[in-house]
Ligand binder design. Sequence first.
Ligand code: MN3
Length: 261
Amino acid sequence: MKSPNTEPTSPLSRRTFLGKSGLFVGGSLLAGSSMRGYADETKPTGVATPLQNGEFMLPALPYAFDALAPHIDARTMEIHHDKHHAGYTKKLNAALAEQPELKKHSITTLLATLDHVDDSIRTAVRNNGGGYYNHALFWETMSPEGGKPSEALVKAIETDLGGMAGLKESLAKAAGSQFGSGWGWVYVSPEGKLAITSTPNQDNPLMKGVTDVLGMPILGIDVWEHAYYLHYQNRRADYIEAWFSVVNWARVSELYAVAKA
Ligand code: MN3
């Protein structure tokens, strides 16, 4: 069922709608040069979100469950990936089955244009689509090796965030002070600047109206209790500190390059 305030349906008017809604701010978050529908106008974020037969697939964990120990324990990783992330994936697909025409869109487009989703499934797509995307990014941007940031990323971190020490301090503060469940983010604004924020639930900076400035996430830390409680219990700050030891800066640098392209 269509909601009464649904968007115009032709590709051209969709683009106008998107322009008015601010998604073309700076011309960088979305690339809007074609006559195609809004699906193709969200700039790729570089995060792997595999599709098969029109269904989003749970991305494989790129390392073993115990690879991030002792910083993140194997049991937490297993439950987090195989139960929580699998659950978001399943519920996202179930929601999209209610409005199948949405299935042609990328997950980032769905999240950036939630106002195009029917009222009846919008909250489900927001929560489970957010959970699907956020965790895909989360696994990719951790690794046992850590990795080094690129020269370009180092320079941007120095210019925009006061260096790596400034990034860590700001991100730890944002993630640590997020009330209840949520995420801390490093993301790239439409002007190409690095920014740090936190969001509740499974929201992220791709979603309109969540953060002061929209943007493309390049690093996120999950601060839901399911991400750390088995090992750290209530010590969220200790988890955040330990998590910095497993950030895959090489992958973050690649996502930064995609966001800047
Ligand atoms: Mn989680």
